[in-house]
Design a protein. Structure first.
Length: 154
């Protein structure tokens, strides 16, 4: 197991930046196999102003984005994929079981499934205080990271 990754180490792996970087820390990482990451959910996040007034609930799409970012660390932590991008290709078997609210610590565990060439499948479970709040499978495609002005090879 690799050491936990703080937010700066996460920023080295993922291209996301504020306001889209949703992973605060990786607490466990076995490259190419398993990862556990966390997001501290704060009332100060701008989406809570409108989702929902009087009853703040983290949008499901942002829970999925957080899950995807944690899963990307599993893919992009391997030497052959460092510096690349992982594009979301699909979400299967998605279920939201409980709301996520300000003050929660969202823990996401991702387990790598089969990888065929540049396509990988990851199974994920999100929990708050040990209770499952969401789960799904995601498909990702690994692509070269092109900078603005460069021509993509994909």
């Amino acid at each position: 197991m690799e050491m936990p990754l703080d937010v700066e180490a996460v920023r080295e792996l993922l291209p996301h930046r504020y306001p889209m970087l949703l992973v605060d820390r990786i607490v466990e990482l076995v490259p190419g196999s398993k990862v556990v990451g966390l997001k501290n959910v704060s009332i100060n996040e701008p989406y809570f102003n409108g989702h929902f007034p009087g009853r703040a609930v983290m949008p499901g799409v942002l829970i999925l984005e957080c899950m995807a970012q944690v899963a990307c660390t599993i893919l992009l932590s391997t030497p052959e994929h460092r510096g690349k991008l992982a594009f979301l290709g699909g979400v299967n078997k998605c279920r939201f079981l409980k709301p996520v609210v300000p003050g929660d610590t969202l823990m996401v565990e991702a387990v790598m499934g089969p990888v065929r060439g540049t396509i990988g499948k990851v199974s994920m479970t999100a929990t708050v205080e040990g209770e499952v709040v969401a789960r799904c499978e995601m498909l990702f495609k690994i692509v070269e990271h092109t900078r603005p002005g460069e021509q993509s090879r994909e």
